[in-house]
Design a protein around this ligand. Structure first.
Ligand code: FE2
Ligand code: FE2
Length: 259
């Protein structure tokens, strides 16, 4: 395959992924295409195919549902994995770093099965033990653990480029399809803001050292101020994460840029 045709395939995949994000679909099939099984290398396909990972993630999503949180299932962790990979890919990080970011993105909320509080830290430990069982090298395992352990805005910091990519990917995922019970939107601000978000798009401009999160909000459902009311800390850690990658972070809401 010549480089041009590879670029076209990647471009098509990106377009398809973006369309699936808008429609609120899981990106598992995109990730499977992006990372097919490679003999002798522990990667995303091994993680996605692992029964223990699947059960942990399903149960974690159930626990968060019982606590009233938005969807944290296959859709959320596959989008986070995809965008973590995509950010480092656009910035020219090595293919292995891109894949480790995708692995960390895929597993990042696994700790929700223990408790929402400190789920980033329990998730790092759980992921570390699973990746060890799968045979991942110690140094690579630690990269994933650092990223997962630091992804939450309450306790985390973008300590590495993989962590920074995971933070930006995770915090970018706001969408109406994450609302489990739309009848709650008049009572719950998190449900209302998520339900109002019709589209999110993450643009990386490596030439201008910028990353832009573009959000389309239906202001008949939620005011833009409500977005800031609940997501200010997420935007602050996103800005720090962008800085770690040598980028400035721009938030665009309904075509108005805020930097
Ligand atoms: Fe999380
Ligand atoms: Fe998350």
């Amino acid at each position: 395959m010549n480089p041009k045709s590879k670029e076209r395939v990647t471009g098509n995949l990106q377009e398809r992924a973006q369309q699936m994000i808008v429609e609120g679909e899981t990106l598992e099939s995109v990730l499977a295409e992006l990372y097919p099984q490679v003999e002798g290398v522990v990667g995303l396909s091994d993680v996605m195919g692992d029964r223990e990972v699947r059960i942990y993630l399903e149960k974690s999503n159930e626990v968060l549902g019982a606590l009233g949180y938005t969807e944290h299932g296959s859709r959320h962790h596959s989008i986070t994995a995809y965008r973590s990979y995509w950010i480092l890919c656009q910035l020219g990080y090595s293919p292995r770093e891109q894949e480790l970011a995708a692995v960390a993105g895929y597993m990042h909320d696994i700790g929700g099965v223990v408790n929402r509080q400190m789920h980033e830290q329990s998730g790092a430990i759980i992921s570390g033990s699973i990746l060890k069982r799968l045979g991942m090298e110690t140094e690579e395992r630690i990269e994933c653990m650092m990223a997962i352990g630091n992804h939450d805005e309450k306790t985390g910091e973008p300590v590495t480029p993989i962590t920074a990519a995971l933070i930006l990917a995770d915090k970018s995922d706001v969408h109406r399809s994450r609302v489990r019970n739309p009848s709650m939107i008049s009572f719950d601000i998190h449900d209302r803001v998520n339900y109002a978000v019709l589209n999110t798009h993450l643009f990386v401009n490596a030439d201008e050292d910028k990353i832009k999160l573009s959000i389309t909000i239906d202001t008949k459902i939620s005011h833009v101020m409500e977005y800031f009311e609940i997501f200010l800390t997420r935007m602050i850690i996103s800005r720090k994460a962008a800085r770690k990658l040598g980028l400035s972070f721009i938030l665009e809401i309904n075509d108005v840029e805020m930097s």
